[in-house]
Design a protein around this ligand. Structure first.
Ligand code: 5GP
Ligand code: ZN
Length: 109
């Protein structure tokens, strides 16, 4: 899966994107169209369409996403001021890229 998937291409380095973090499970990069001073995307390396498609076998990925967010919050300086983590799910939920990803936004004054 993933020939036509933008985030698979980024994960596979077929498209240029600076990774702020990379682990066996995921990569983290800045959103191209930030809605906050800090806007990061946490993207599993495994192609999963949306939250609707996660299975019990994916629980290590979900755990990795949250722990990566915790670390990136410290590294980007928003841990104490606070931030939001969210998933958009399918079209009605605002999802535009159909490869699972978690948003982190924060850094407001
Ligand atoms: P969604 O609406 O699917 O939850 O979020 C997709 C996000 O990906 C959007 O916030 C959008 O700005 C971001 N995005 C779309 N294309 C690219 C890209 O090529 N590079 C990066 N870094 N972000 C992208
Ligand atoms: Zn994909």
């Amino acid at each position: 899966m993933g020939d036509e998937c933008l985030f698979c291409k980024i994960v596979n380095r077929e498209l240029d994107s600076e990774f702020l973090m990379e682990t066996d499970e995921l990569v983290v990069f800045r959103d191209i169209n930030p809605m906050a001073p800090v806007h990061l995307l946490f993207v599993p390396k495994k192609h999963i369409r949306s939250v609707n498609d996660i299975t019990k076998e994916d629980d290590y990925i979900l755990s990795a996403l949250i722990f990566a967010a915790k670390e990136m919050a410290v590294r980007t300086g928003v841990a104490e001021s606070g931030y939001r983590l969210f998933f958009n799910v399918e079209k009605g939920g605002g999802q535009e890229i159909f490869h699972l990803h978690m948003h982190m936004i924060g850094g407001w004054e």
